[in-house]
Design a protein around this ligand. Sequence first.
Ligand code: BEZ
Length: 245
Amino acid sequence: MLQNKEGSQVPQVTFRTRKDNEWLDVTTDDLFKGKKVIVFALPGAFTPTCSTTHLPRYNELAPVFVENGVDDIVCLSVNDGFVMNAWQEDQHAENITFIPDGNGDFSEGMGMLVGKDDLGFGKRSWRYSMLVNDGVVEKMFIEPEKPGDPFEVSDADTILDYINPNAVQPARISMFTKPGCPHCTRAKKALQDKGYKYEVIELGHNGLSYSSLAAVSGQGTTPQVFVDGERIGGADELEAWLGAK
Ligand code: BEZ
């Protein structure tokens, strides 16, 4: 039975991290003392749900968390420091602090260390998130004890809603591009100039072709820009949309 630790101190642990090709010990106090910190813990670096959903959304919402008084966002997994650093680089998750709980000491102290032997994973962290205030757990969102790997409550949006239900969220912008497309360069610059972050889906990679672009947008030219699921159009339409903001 997983225990809710709201009101308790987080476990005192020394994490062995890697920085600039050296060992760097990071303690619980280094991470939490005098700070408001979000921790989200997950079963493993590079695993599908963690890489496509759990981590990216925390990274995306990091500036919103900061605007709402959060000092740091920690991603914790029972992996070693080399793996955690490689995952951070792969994910371009520069807004998140990656903490390797390789021996599982922190996860065990939180009562969240579970056996995933069926997957050949050994002992790992159960998926959860928490808000920690000066080393004390203020709020926890623990995934329900169901078989498999439930992902229902430890997501970034749920904890943001707890911290501030009225928090203003950034627009989700995606842009279909192709290499060497000058209008794509113009569209990217227009977004950057206005401080918008965006995700690029580049044709010609990962098996993506104009067929995918046509299937999603009904169009045959790049760029095609989508904001919060709505198609804005090419560079001219994007500039008009930005001008009207
Ligand atoms: C996943 O993130 O999808 C995952 C996590 C643990 C085991 C298998 C998959």
